[in-house]
Each structure stands twice: as structure tokens, then as C-alpha cells.
Design a protein around this ligand. Structure first.
Ligand SMILES: [Zn+2]
Length: 284
């Protein structure tokens, strides 16, 4: 059975893939510039019959495996390489060695898993038709890494199919899940600035205090999400940063909010009102 031999093969390289993941974990890199991670990938796969493509805009890599069983479709497998700007406090032996950076989203695992897939599929090149492209993408955390790689021509001509995954620490070990339709949300960033007029905290009536306005906006956003969007087409709005003021007794001139919006459909992302399924009227 092909899948049984695949699992047996995967077990033979499990230690190498774990080592690669931990090496990447110890040296996290951010954004579009992940040269150490790229070099680790290249070194791990240097012995394989892959064609490599790199572009000018990022440290992204595409490795192409040509099947030896004839012409066929082109399938892309994608893993992301960048880490998050946050400190690691796990105390693990392979914890981040770079202050303020951590592979907390699991992209170290994605990169190592994709390298493992390249190894296993290269061993089966004789029975593969078409080609498999392994896309190692930096800049997933809001840096448009995939777009830059596409603009650099690294995926030309576009593949017939593309697959990606994300690990989920809350899922049971060994479970692989998927579904038809969107699985991961679009992520948009919100920046809101409230311009007020500051003054002394003992005389708020002589100011235009931006902080209560910011507080109302934060709560109103939550109400808006639950009252104006269909609960079956999920929208999440989260304010993650609130900046205002400098002292106990000074009302600030301005307040700023930062956050994220997650949507699973184009309609929700563009704030289009959904239609009633029965009468086709706008729902609000
Ligand atoms: Zn992630």
C-alpha cells in the first residue's frame, strides 16, 4: 500500500525533521527576510534532485521536483517560514536564541514538514507524473510574502492545485482535518485614531477626552459584529492595542486603537449586507 510505505518512509526521517524544526525554532526570523531559515532548508534538501528558484523581493524559495513518469499536473505544497516579534518563555532546550522573537505560530514546524514532504516525494520521483513545487514562503505574518513571490515570477506558470496547512495546538496529536470552502480567515488590520483636545484631569468638561470615545468604539465594534453580520458567516474584530495619555492627571489629546478583522467570505470582508435566504431582501 502506497500510504503505508509513505508512513514507514516518514518514520525513517522523523528524527531529521524534528532536528530541522528545532534548529529553525532556535533562530527565528521575521517578515520577508529569513536568510538563516532559507539556508537551513537548502542544506537539508541539498542532496535531492530539485530545481531551485529564488527571487529579488524576499528570501522565499521554490524547489521543483520533476516527476519521471511523464507529463502531468503541477501541484504546489506551501509552508511558511517567518516567526513572531514576541519573547519566548518556554524554557525548552531549543528555545529561541534571539531576544524578542519566537516561532510561536508553528511556522518552524510547517517549514520542517514541507522539507520532509520534499524528501519523501523525491524518493518517489520515478512513479510521479507532472511536477511538485515546494514553496517555502517568508512574510506570512502580514507581510504579503506570497504576493511578492508571485510577482517575482517564482510560481510561473501558476500550478494546477496548491495545498497548505497550519498546525493547531488544540487539536489531538495525529489528527489531520480539512473541509470544503474557506478554512482560514482573511486577516485585515485596523488602525483608528481619535483626535480630541486634552487638558487637566480635574476639568474634563473643558476638554474633548478621547479615552471614553475609544472605550465606546471598542465596545460598539463588538456589538456591530454580532448585530450586523450573519452568525453563519463568521466575522471576528479584536482590538489588541490601545494607546493614550502620559500621566495620572492629564487628559490626552488623542487616543489610538489597533486591531485585526478576520472574515471567511468576500461579502463579510467588504461589509456587504447578506440577503435573507427566503425573500432575498437585505438582512439589514
Ligand atoms: Zn501561522
Amino acid at each position: 500500500m502506497l500510504h503505508e510505505s509513505l508512513i514507514d518512509d516518514a518514520r525513517t526521517i522523523a528524527g531529521l525533521i524534528t532536528d530541522l524544526r528545532r534548529a529553525i525554532h532556535a533562530e527565528p526570523e521575521l517578515g520577508l527576510n529569513t536568510p538563516k531559515t532559507r539556508d537551513k532548508v537548502r542544506a537539508a534538501l541539498a542532496h535531492l534532485p530539485l530545481e531551485w528558484r529564488e527571487g529579488a523581493s524576499t528570501t522565499g524559495l521554490v524547489a521543483v521536483l520533476k516527476g519521471r513518469a511523464g507529463e502531468g499536473r503541477s501541484v504546489l505544497l506551501r509552508g511558511d517560514m517567518d516567526a513572531l516579534p514576541m519573547p519566548e518563555e518556554t524554557g525548552l532546550a531549543f528555545a529561541s536564541t534571539v531576544a524578542g522573537r519566537m516561532h510561536a505560530c508553528g511556522h518552524d514546524a510547517h517549514t520542517a514538514m514541507l522539507a520532509g514532504a520534499a524528501e519523501l516525494l523525491c524518493r518517489r520521483a520515478d512513479s510521479l507524473r507532472g511536477e511538485v513545487r515546494f514553496m517555502f514562503q517568508p512574510g506570512e505574518e502580514g507581510f504579503h510574502g506570497a504576493r511578492f513571490m508571485i510577482e517575482d515570477g517564482l510560481l510561473d506558470p501558476l500550478p494546477d492545485a496548491a495545498f497548505a496547512l497550519h498546525i493547531m495546538p488544540t487539536a489531538p496529536h495525529g489528527l489531520i482535518a480539512g473541509r470544503a470552502g474557506p478554512l482560514l480567515a482573511a486577516a485585515d488590520q485596523l488602525d483608528i485614531v481619535i483626535e480630541g483636545r486634552g487638558g487637566h484631569a480635574s476639568m474634563p468638561h473643558q476638554t474633548r477626552d478621547p479615552i471614553p470615545v475609544a472605550a465606546e468604539i471598542i465596545l460598539a465594534l463588538q456589538t456591530m459584529v454580532t448585530r450586523q453580520f450573519d452568525a453563519h458567516d463568521p466575522v471576528v474584530v479584536t482590538i489588541t492595542k490601545l494607546d493614550a495619555g502620559t500621566a495620572h492627571n492629564v487628559i490626552a489629546d488623542r487616543a489610538s486603537l489597533r486591531g485585526t478583522m478576520r472574515t471567511l467570505s468576500r461579502a463579510a470582508r467588504h461589509g456587504r449586507r447578506s440577503r435573507c435566504a427566503r425573500c432575498r431582501r437585505r438582512a439589514w
